[in-house]
Ligand binder design. Sequence first.
Ligand code: ADP
Ligand code: AMP
Length: 212
Amino acid sequence: MLIVFLGAPGAGKGTQAKALAEKKNLTHLATGDMLRAEVAAGTELGLMARAFMDRGDLVPDDVMIGMIKGRLKTPVSGGILLDGFPRTVAQARALDEALDAAGTGVDRAIFFEVPTEELVRRLAGRATCSGCQRAYHDTFHPPRNADECDDCGAKLVRREDDRPEAVRNRLDVYRTQTTPVLDHYRAAGKLVEIDGGQAIDAVQEELIAAVE
Ligand code: ADP
Ligand code: AMP
């Protein structure tokens, strides 16, 4: 099973993906997390990607397609949950081709629909675990102990691209470059829309119903 998560920055993809992956024994592949690991390790890829990420621009398609194709070659047990990829129609087509060559395909594309004002509130209050990348929120999902991940105990940090200027650009980039991906999966009869504006648990319930 391969499920793709679509939605604007702050829509709750990572939050829902981590919970669903645990419940359903899925491998959660988040391209943003993979890139941040490259940045933290100071690799050549990380150094190149960082400038795009800090501004809130997309990392070029060829880089991202190469990265995900490489990762998909590693066998996984259970299914795959792709979070943050594809973000352009070129990426969606490349993914289809790679899966087609392997005799598989995307089973479902889940779109988390959230109003823009809510996205801005979520990103403005987001704190991210520097260890496991779990997302918290100052108001909507605070950690049990201040600045500490409930799960792995690592320190919570503010993402560089959650600054208001970068958020404005990310929402523009999403509107212009990523929303056409919704039509790609709608045309293929694979798109399922979910009301991502609800509370975290309510979204999870709707999500489970959509994938079962
Ligand atoms: P994405 O991966 O789509 O960018 P995240 O999962 O990181 O989004 O969530 C963005 C922020 O919104 C985080 O601070 C998270 O705690 C919070 N959040 C996620 N889902 C909800 C929700 N349903 N209601 C309120 N806040 C949420
Ligand atoms: P995310 O953690 O999903 O919000 O991604 C953080 C940043 O990583 C994005 O703003 C982009 O700069 C970059 N990124 C992640 N996934 C992709 C992708 N599929 N294509 C291009 N850039 C990406």
